[in-house]
Design a protein around this ligand. Structure first.
Ligand code: NAD
Ligand code: UGA
Length: 472
């Protein structure tokens, strides 16, 4: 049966990508019925929650779309089989984390969720269904998916086997601005060799994206372009973070250097902001995946080159912990340290690979008591992220509901996420409720350091020598 248009879409995986992406599809394609299916019942219940402020993911603009499209042409379900069997096009948007055991552990992507999805599709989908890789995958995964789709039908006694088309359509959205990115992406990338399938997917995007932004490549270029994009973005952050340390030694100011360098059009200002190291679920995982791929193809020098980006990132986090310890007289045991920001960046409740986790861990291992404030991260999430530390030492941490509460009686404040409310802290007041000498360490260059200094704080800002911060 030949299909001429897509009427029903299924997306396997209702996570940070599947949920927002399908919400935007539903907004711009009111005639397509979209079902997002996930095995995680709690997540699906949250997507279906009557109170839309309880959605499992916080993204500016997402709630409004959910209110308008949910149960009209956008559905969330745990019934993955039904959603698959109904669909003309299936997006695989499941997690692909780094393997934790076996061959390639610590580097290669764990494809067990992708494989499970492919097996379910083989079993339940109609013939001629178009399967779209949305997850970020190692190069040549499409081959594996095709293989599973065809070979797993061998035990099926039916004479006529189902056929499938596989496309790669990686997602470039960035958390905290997912809706903006999905509505107005720099490009949409479609990799594949089945012209008709490519045309059908292109037609969906043409509902809101201009044709010149939709680019087509072969499958392997598409898969590799996604890994490369993330590797390049992360490389810029490691580059500027390495320079931040030189600034601190020499008296240069990282933000002045960033501006001067970024004004070269060939370089540009974006992704040159020094910080505590990149977090998020993907940069580290995707670079390590690239490293693994290079090693697999015996490209060891290339592998070492990209490994360096991850190494500098880890170095940045641990050097921040060390210098906090140094400035607090080499001892934080029995001291209270306030952590402002636990999410890996502002405007998201996601904490995956957040630099805050590593820095809190280092401080907890040194015996500090940690008091955390983040406007969007719930206590359960922090508990989950820090539980591995409690296996090593008895930990003392708490989550507070405000900056003031978190700062009371503390010796130092460490700003780790650039939430807008940290730009205008009332430093005069905060100073009065802290133990003295009171410190503030700003790893995001987001506080008003002159005001903090004037209030009496010792101020350290990333990428600046101490003397730069105390002249006011
Ligand atoms: P996520 O962990 O938030 O969501 C994945 C979901 O898939 C989970 O809810 C999980 O329960 C579900 N799942 C796993 N196996 C399943 C199965 N067999 N059937 C049904 N559901 C299943 O992950 P994410 O952040 O949405 O990322 C998904 C993919 O997109 C990854 O490959 C990631 O690298 C890529 N990506 C992520 C981002 C991002 O900003 N998070 C951006 C671009 C690309
Ligand atoms: C990143 C990419 O930007 C997306 O294009 C990609 O789709 C996504 O990964 C993915 O594949 O998962 P995301 O991780 O959501 O998106 O967020 P970014 O804005 O890229 O930030 C990543 C980390 O780098 C954050 O910890 C952020 O604080 C840090 N960062 C970013 C800096 O330290 N400096 C900068 O200049 C920019």
């Amino acid at each position: 049966m030949e299909k001429n248009e897509i009427k029903k879409i299924c997306c396997i995986g209702a996570g940070y990508v599947g949920g927002p992406t399908m919400a935007v599809f539903a907004k711009y394609c009111p005639n397509i019925q979209i079902t997002v299916a996930d095995i995680n019942e709690l997540r699906i219940n949250a997507w279906n929650h009557k109170n839309t402020s309880k959605l499992p993911i916080f993204e500016p603009g997402l709630e409004e779309i959910i209110i308008r499209r949910r149960n009209k042409n956008l559905f969330f379900t745990c019934n993955v089989e039904n959603a698959i069997s109904d669909a003309d096009m299936i997006f695989i948007s499941v997690n692909t984390p780094t393997k934790t055991k076996g061959i390639g552990a610590g580097k290669a992507s764990d494809l067990k969720w992708v494989e499970a999805s492919a097996r379910q599709i083989a079993k339940y989908a109609k013939s001629n269904t178009i399967v779209v890789e949305k997850s970020t995958l190692p190069v040549r995964t499409a081959e594996t998916i095709k293989n599973i789709l065809l070979r797993s039908q061998e035990n099926d006694l039916k004479i006529e086997k189902k056929s499938f088309s596989v496309l790669s359509n990686p997602e470039f959205l960035s958390e905290g601005q997912a809706i903006k990115d999905l509505e107005n992406p720099d490009r949409v990338l479609i990799g594949g060799d089945d012209e008709k399938a490519i045309r059908l997917l292109t037609n969906i995007y043409l509902n809101w994206i201009p044709a010149h932004k939709i680019i087509k490549t072969n499958l392997w270029s598409s898969e590799l372009s996604k890994l490369t994009s993330n590797a390049f973005l992360a490389q810029r952050i490691s580059s500027i973070n390495s320079i931040s340390a030189i600034c601190e030694e020499t008296g240069a100011d990282i933000n002045q250097v960033k501006n001067a360098v970024g004004m070269d059009n060939r370089i540009g200002q974006q992704f040159l902001k020094a910080g505590p190291g990149f977090g998020g679920s993907c940069f580290q995982k995707d670079i390590l995946n690239l490293v693994y791929l290079c090693e697999y193809y015996k490209l060891d020098d290339v592998a070492n080159y990209w490994q360096g980006v991850v190494d500098i990132n880890n170095w940045q986090k641990s050097r921040i912990s060390k210098l906090i310890l140094d400035y607090l007289f080499g001892n934080v045991s029995g001291k209270k340290i306030t952590i402002l920001g636990f999410a890996f960046k502002a405007n998201t409740n996601d904490t995956r690979q957040s630099p805050s986790i590593q820095i809190c861990k280092d401080l907890l291992l040194e015996g500090a008591e940690i008091s955390i404030y983040d406007p969007k991260v719930e206590k359960d999430k922090i508990e989950d992220d820090l539980k591995f530390v409690s296996y090593q030492v008895e930990t003392k941490w708490s989550r507070k509901d405000s900056i003031e509460e978190a700062s009371k009686d503390s010796d130092a404040i460490v700003v780790l996420t650039e939430w807008e409310e940290f730009y205008n802290i009332n430093w005069d007041f905060i100073y009065t409720i802290m133990r003295k000498p009171a410190w503030v360490f700003d790893t995001r260059s987001c506080i008003n350091y002159q005001k903090a200094n004037k209030a009496g704080f010792n101020v350290w800002t990333l990428g600046n020598a101490m003397e730069n911060n105390s002249q006011f």
